[in-house]
Ligand binder design. Structure first.
Ligand code: MV4
Length: 448
């Protein structure tokens, strides 16, 4: 086991990693920006090193400063968490060249999956179903029209550097396609510094189903079941759950086996997630692979009894996963609800500021992953997520009941949060029946 690792992150995930390290007897080094001096990850780590000013580019994305901190503190490994440098292949390479173990997949894994088209083609070759679409990048309007004619409308334009819905456009006819093509390219250029786009058949009202993968350095790969992340608002996830409601054991087995097959085909190592779109007829398609631990990993932990951060660290030391697929049992039902410091009555604008009154929920069946405390000041510089509530019960209805009362117990004043907004979701009939797709939140707004 490592004796000391550096955590190249902040917020709840930095705390989450510190907790896993303490339980493993691993010493921790926090890094922080000038805006995070009073943060809990700084307080709870064994050592803490300031790496720069508040803007992330000066601190949490500042590779030379982070590597210097790792050298000074003499750590053996770096855990990147999620966001920031977690999916930066170049950073993973630099860690390796400095003899610091990057706790995550290989730079090759990260680079391959960062190219959404190449990832798709690789998974197609591995035998995974993919969404019909252009084989190559689409460079001109004329090419776009040709592709759309073949696929038939509706189609969707996507950025090949991808993610988060940026550069994405749904088109229902030639006129719309011509109108959207250049703006999609420009948006992709602005967001990713890469204007490349491709076109796919548009899947109407799909569910977002993702599979958690664990792979050790000795070729053993297992899946830990699915998460349903269909409840999103403008590509920001609000609720994730496992198991997915209205999802059969047969489908779990089939999709899980393909997810493992896909991961195996790229010699994947460490934790990863394979995302699928699932349509109304239970057809599913590989969408992308995330080469990091994800925000929503706790729902998988609750129903499998595993600690995914410990798993990541153990895998990085070269330990074997002493785990067979048949030994993994899914028990109960877990739901995660993210709470953001945003104002639902003001188009979800960020609402940073000091939390002078805080009450976190507790009691049976609720896990709270958060970095906030009474007196904490939510910074305007970073992501606005302030807490994750994870409820767990033998049944989905049980987990929903625990979530509802936990949202009532959650108080963070005087900043605005999405806690009360989320309560509407948990008494919605379609949600309760488990019959929803990625358009759920839009529909909820139409009704209000
Ligand atoms: C799609 C799609 C329908 N058809 N691709 C959204 C984020 C990006 N990673 C991919 N996304 C989508 N791709 C095809 N061919 C619908 C979405 C989509 C979506 C996907 C998952 C969760 C929420 C979503 C909300 C809107 C659109």
């Amino acid at each position: 086991m490592f004796s000391k690792i550096l955590i190249a992150n902040r917020g709840e995930v930095a705390l989450r990693i510190i907790r896993a390290c303490k339980e493993l007897g691993v010493r921790t080094v926090a890094i922080y920006s000038e805006a995070d001096v009073t943060s809990l990850h700084v307080k709870f780590a064994d050592e803490a090193i300031c790496v720069g000013k508040a803007p992330a580019l000066s601190s949490y994305l500042n590779i030379p400063n982070i590597i210097s901190a790792a050298e000074i503190a003499d750590v053996e490994a770096i855990h990147p968490g999620y966001g920031f440098l977690a999916e930066d292949a170049h950073f993973a390479e630099i860690c390796e060249s400095c003899n610091i173990k990057f706790i995550g997949p290989t730079p090759e894994n990260i680079r391959l999956m960062g190219d959404k088209m190449l990832a798709k083609e690789t998974m197609r070759k591995a035998g995974l179903p993919i969404i019909p679409g252009s084989k190559d990048l689409v460079n001109t309007k004329e090419e776009a029209l040709k592709v759309a004619k073949k696929l038939k409308y509706p189609v969707i334009i996507k950025a090949s550097a991808g993610g988060g819905g940026k550069g994405m456009r749904v088109c229902h006819n030639d006129v719309r396609l011509i109108g959207a093509f250049l703006t999609a390219q420009r948006e992709a250029e602005a967001a990713f510094g890469n204007a490349n786009v491709y076109i796919e058949k548009y899947i109407d009202k799909p569910r977002h189903i993702e599979f958690q993968i664990l792979a050790d350095q000795h070729g053993r790969i297992v899946h830990l079941g699915e998460r349903d992340c269909s409840i999103q608002r403008r590509h920001q996830k609000l609720i994730e759950e496992s198991p997915s409601p209205m999802f059969s054991n047969k489908l779990r087995k089939k999709m899980g086996e393909l997810a493992v097959k896909g991961a195996r085909s790229v010699n994947y190592v460490n934790a990863g997630t394979i995302e699928f779109l699932l349509d109304k007829n239970d057809n599913f398609y590989f969408m992308e692979m995330n080469t990091r631990i994800q925000v929503e990993h706790p729902v998988t932990e609750m129903i499998t009894g595993r600690d995914l951060i410990k798993d990541q660290i153990r895998i990085a030391t070269g330990e074997k996963l002493n785990l067979k697929q048949e030994e993994i049992k899914f028990e109960g039902s877990a739901i995660e609800c993210r709470i953001y410091a945003e104002d639902p009555d003001n188009d979800f604008r960020p609402s940073p500021g000091k939390i002078s009154k805080l009450n976190l929920p507790g009691g049976r069946g609720i896990r709270v992953d958060t970095h906030v405390y009474q007196g904490y000041e939510v910074s305007p510089y970073y992501d606005s997520m302030i807490a994750k509530l994870i409820s767990y019960a033998p049944t989905r209805r049980g987990a929903i009941g625990i979530m509802q009362r936990s949202l009532d117990e959650f108080i963070a004043e005087p900043i605005k949060t999405t806690a009360a907004f989320n309560k509407h979701i948990f008494d919605n009939p379609a949600f309760l029946r488990g019959k929803f797709s990625t358009d759920f939140i839009e529909k909820l707004f139409e009704k209000k």
